[in-house]
Design a protein around this ligand. Structure first.
Ligand code: PMP
Length: 381
C-alpha cells in the first residue's frame, strides 16, 4: 500500500474556493491573480516569437539574454552590484518551482526551517517533503510585523534556512530597513541560509520602497532571492520566475531545477526579454495597485467588514466579526461565496494548524468594475 508523504494535505483551499466561486457564479476575490491582461507589448512579443523559429528547449538556467537583463535590472532597481548572469540567476517555472528547488537543494532530513506564520501554503509541505522540520514563529495582527526576539529565540544550531516574505502574502506587511537589519544581526553568528520570497517586489504603497535582501551584503551572501514575472506582468499563468543567489548556492538550485523542469518555456522567456528593459511598467505598478487598494478600501467602508492595514502585495485582510460573530473563517468564506456571491480565502489556510483568527483575505488585483460589483454584493451583509 502507498503511504502518503503528506497525509494531512488535501486540495488547497485556493482551488476549493475558486471551484466554489465558479459553481455559484461568485466574483472571485479569493485566488491571487488579476482579471485584466498583461501589458500589450508583452503579449504582442509572445505572438511574434510564436511565429518565429525558437520553439525548442531553452538553456537549463534560462535564456542568457534574459538573465543579463535581469542582472542589469536588479542593479538598477536596488542600487546593488549586478548579480552575475552566468552563475547567479536561474529562471524557474514560477517562484513556486524556485521555492521547491531551494528547499530540495538545501534541506537535509532533520534540518529546521524557520517560517514566519501566516505563510504561503507551499512552505510547510515542501519543507516536510525534504524531511525538514518547519519551526513556526507567529506574526500577529494587525501589523504582522516580525517579533525579532521570537525569531532569535527560535534559531538553533539545526536551523538550515530562514524563510522571509516581503511584501507579505496574506497580510500585505512590508519589511522595513530595521526589519532587515535585525534579521542580519540574528543570522550573522549562524550558518543559516535565507530564502527571501519577494514575488510582490513591485507592489508597495504609501511611498514605502520594497527593500530586497540583496541590499544587505551579509544577507545577500547567504540568500536565495525569488521573484515572479507572473506577478510583475499580470501573467500568473505563464509561470516564469527566477532565483538570484551566489554562485555556490545557485549551483545547488540548478542541480535540482535541471531534474524538475530542466528549463522554462522558451517563448515566454523570449517575450519577457523583449519588454524587461522598459522600466515604466514596474515603476508604475506601485501607484496602479495602490489605487486599487484605496478604491477597494473606500468601497468596503460601506460594509461591516473591518479592514486591516496593507502596505504591499495585492491582498487585503478583513475581520468579519461584526457580520458573523463566532463563525469560523472557513464556514464564513464558504457562506460568502455560496450565499453572497463573493469568494475569499479564510486566513486559517495560511497556518499549519489552521488557526482561526476570524480573518478573510481579499485579492484586489481586479478591474475597478469587479471591485465595485463585489463591494455592492457585500453591502447587504
Ligand atoms: N510566493 C508567494 C508569497 C506567492 O503569493 C506566490 C503566488 N501566489 C508564489 C510564491 C508563487 O509564485 P509563482 O506564481 O510565480 O509560482
Amino acid at each position: 500500500m502507498l503511504t502518503s508523504k503528506l497525509p494531512d494535505v488535501g486540495t488547497s483551499i485556493f482551488a476549493v474556493m475558486s471551484q466554489l466561486a465558479a459553481e455559484h457564479g461568485a466574483i472571485n476575490l479569493a485566488q491571487g491573480f488579476p482579471d485584466f491582461n498583461p501589458p500589450a507589448a508583452l503579449t504582442e512579443a509572445l505572438v511574434e516569437f510564436a511565429r518565429g523559429s525558437q520553439h525548442q528547449y531553452a538553456p537549463m538556467p534560462g535564456l542568457p539574454l534574459l538573465r543579463e537583463r535581469i542582472a542589469a535590472k536588479t542593479a538598477r532597481v536596488y542600487h546593488v552590484p549586478a548579480p552575475d548572469p552566468a552563475t547567479d540567476i536561474t529562471i524557474t517555472s514560477g517562484a513556486t518551482e524556485a521555492l521547491y528547488a531551494v528547499l530540495a537543494a538545501v534541506v537535509q532530513p532533520g534540518d529546521e526551517v524557520l517560517v514566519l506564520e501566516p505563510a504561503y501554503d507551499l512552505y510547510g509541505p515542501a519543507i516536510r517533503l525534504q524531511g525538514g522540520v518547519p519551526v513556526y514563529v507567529p506574526l500577529t495582527a494587525p501589523t504582522f510585523r516580525p517579533d525579532w526576539q521570537r525569531v532569535a529565540d527560535a534559531i538553533t544550531p539545526r536551523t538550515r534556512l530562514v524563510m522571509a516574505n516581503t511584501p507579505h502574502n496574506p497580510s500585505g506587511a512590508v519589511f522595513s530597513d530595521d526589519d532587515w537589519q535585525q534579521l542580519a544581526a540574528i543570522l550573522a553568528p549562524t550558518h543559516a541560509l535565507l530564502l527571501s520570497d519577494e514575488v510582490y517586489e513591485h507592489m508597495t504603497f504609501d511611498e514605502q520602497p520594497h527593500r530586497s535582501a540583496l541590499q544587505y551584503p551579509s544577507l545577500r551572501e547567504r540568500a536565495f532571492v525569488l521573484s515572479s514575472f507572473g506577478k510583475t506582468y499580470h501573467a500568473t499563468g505563464w509561470k516564469v520566475g527566477y532565483c538570484v543567489a551566489p554562485p555556490q548556492l545557485s549551483a545547488e538550485v540548478r542541480r535540482v531545477h535541471q531534474f524538475v523542469t530542466f528549463s522554462v518555456s522558451t517563448l515566454a522567456q523570449l517575450a519577457i526579454t523583449a519588454v524587461i528593459e522598459d522600466s515604466a511598467h514596474y515603476q508604475e505598478l506601485p501607484a496602479f495597485m495602490q489605487a486599487k487598494r484605496d478604491l477597494f478600501g473606500e468601497l468596503m467602508q460601506h460594509t461591516r467588514f473591518e479592514l486591516l492595514p496593507t502596505s504591499g502585495s495585492y491582498f487585503q485582510l478583513a475581520r468579519y466579526d461584526r457580520i458573523a460573530p463566532g463563525v469560523d473563517d472557513v464556514t464564513f468564506a464558504r457562506r460568502l461565496t455560496t450565499e453572497h456571491g463573493v469568494a475569499v480565502v479564510p486566513v486559517s489556510a495560511f497556518y499549519h494548524n489552521q488557526t482561526d483568527h476570524g480573518l478573510v483575505r481579499f485579492c484586489f488585483a481586479k478591474q475597478d468594475s469587479t471591485l465595485r460589483a463585489a463591494a455592492q454584493r457585500l453591502h447587504n451583509l
